[in-house]
Design a protein around this ligand. Structure first.
Ligand SMILES: [Zn+2]
Ligand SMILES: [Zn+2]
Length: 342
C-alpha cells in the first residue's frame, strides 16, 4: 500500500509499504479518507527524520472502518470514525480518568505520524490502511450526513481548542475569553469557535497575524491587532496559542486576578521566563499540557454534529490525495487532504 513519508528535511514522498495486519481482537483496520495537517507537522517535516531514515506523516483523520476484531462493539466495517491520534487502551487507570494521552500501556508520545518524537513508528494517516489497536477506545463514530473533510482535524487540533476553553467556561459560565494567537493559528481559531458555541459573552482574538484576525472575525470573534506590547485589558479566561516569549508574557499580563491561563503550546525550555512571582501574587491558575485525544473526541464530534461548531470554517486550503507530497507544506492556516480532492 501507499504511505506518505518524510524522507529528508522538508521532503515528502509516497512509499510502497507492507499493509498493516488487524491488531488482535480489540483492533481495527481503517482507511483514512480526509486528513488535516496538524500545527506540529510542518515543524516535524522541516526538521526531517531523527531516528530512522524516514517517518510516516499525518495524524488527524476521519477514516472508514475496513475490518474489526471480535471484541469491537463501537464500530462496524463501513462506518466513518474519528481516530484518536494518540494510541491508548481505554482500560488502564489513566485512560479511565480521561488522561488518554498518558495511557499507562504505551510509552509517552505514542502517536501516529510522530516517530521523530517517540522513536516508535505507528504509521501515518496519509496511508491506505492504518492499524488501530484499541478500536472501542480510539474510534469515535461520525454520524451520517457530516462532511468528513470538515471534521478531519477533530481528533487533535479541534479537540485542543475545545479543551482550552470548555472546562473553564463550565466553571465560569458566559465569561469573556481572550485568545492570544502568536502561532498554532488553527487551534486558536477552533478555541474561538468553541468558546462562542459554549456561551462566552465575548471572544477577543489578539494576534499580530492579519490573516488569522480576518478568519477570527468571520467566526464571530472580536479581532484585536497587537504587537504583544501593552495589555489592552484583563480577562478571566486567557488562552495562549503559540511559542513566542512575547506572546506568552502578553497572555499572562492579560489575566484577571484569580484568572485562568490555558496554554496549548509546547515551549522548548529554557527561555520563556514565566513571571511566576506576578502569577503567584495575582493567583493566576496556569494550565498546560497535551490534549487527551481519545477522551475529548466524542464530545467534539457531538458539538459538530449539533451544528454548534463548524470546524470546516477554519479550513483555508483543501487538496487532493495525490497532491500531498508537493502541497502538504503550503501556506495555509488549515490544510486538509481528501481522497476526493479539492
Ligand atoms: Zn497534532
Ligand atoms: Zn490506557
Amino acid at each position: 500500500m501507499r504511505e506518505l513519508r518524510c524522507t529528508a528535511k522538508g521532503r515528502l514522498e509516497w512509499r510502497e509499504v507492507a499493509e498493516p495486519q488487524l491488531p488482535g481482537p480489540q483492533g481495527a483496520l481503517v482507511r483514512p479518507i480526509s486528513v488535516a495537517r496538524c500545527e506540529i507537522d510542518p515543524l516535524l517535516i522541516s526538521a526531517g527524520p531523527v531516528h530512522a531514515g524516514e517517518f510516516a506523516v499525518g495524524h488527524e483523520a476521519i477514516c472508514e472502518v475496513v475490518s474489526v476484531g471480535s471484541e469491537v462493539t463501537k464500530v462496524r466495517p463501513g462506518d466513518l470514525a474519528a481516530v484518536s491520534f494518540q494510541v491508548s487502551c481505554g482500560a488502564c487507570w489513566r485512560c479511565s480518568a480521561g488522561h488518554t494521552a498518558n495511557c499507562e500501556r504505551y510509552p509517552v508520545l505514542s502517536d501516529y505520524g510522530m516517530e521523530p518524537l517517540s522513536g516508535v513508528e505507528y504509521g501515518g494517516m496519509l496511508a491506505d490502511l492504518v492499524a488501530v489497536p484499541h478500536a472501542n477506545a480510539m474510534l469515535a463514530p461520525i454520524p451520517a450526513g457530516l462532511d468528513p473533510a470538515a471534521l478531519a482535524s477533530v481528533p487533535d487540533n479541534v479537540a485542543d481548542g475545545y479543551r482550552a476553553v470548555a472546562p473553564h467556561l463550565s466553571q465560569r459560565r458566559g465569561a469573556p475569553v481572550l485568545i492570544a494567537c502568536h502561532g498554532a493559528r488553527s487551534i486558536a481559531a477552533y478555541a474561538a469557535q468553541v468558546a462562542l458555541a459554549l456561551g462566552s459573552a465575548e471572544v477577543t482574538f489578539a494576534s499580530d497575524d492579519k490573516r488569522v484576525l480576518d478568519l477570527a472575525a468571520e467566526l464571530g470573534a472580536t479581532p484585536l491587532l497587537t504587537d504583544w506590547g501593552r495589555r489592552p485589558g484583563r480577562w478571566p479566561i486567557v488562552v495562549d496559542c503559540g511559542t513566542s516569549r512575547a506572546g506568552l508574557h502578553y497572555a499572562v499580563s492579560c489575566c484577571e486576578p484569580d484568572g485562568i491561563l490555558q496554554s496549548v503550546s509546547f515551549y522548548p525550555a529554557p527561555g520563556t521566563d514565566l513571571p511566576l512571582g506576578k502569577m503567584y501574587t495575582l493567583g493566576v491558575a496556569f494550565h498546560i499540557g497535551r490534549a487527551h485525544s481519545a477522551a475529548l473526541t466524542p464530545a467534539v464530534v457531538e458539538l459538530a454534529a449539533t451544528g454548534a461548531i463548524s470546524p470546516g470554517a477554519v479550513t483555508t486550503m483543501t487538496i487532493g490525495w495525490d497532491e500531498a507530497p508537493e502541497q502538504y507544506l503550503a501556506d495555509a492556516i488549515k490544510l486538509v487532504v481528501t481522497r476526493s480532492g479539492a
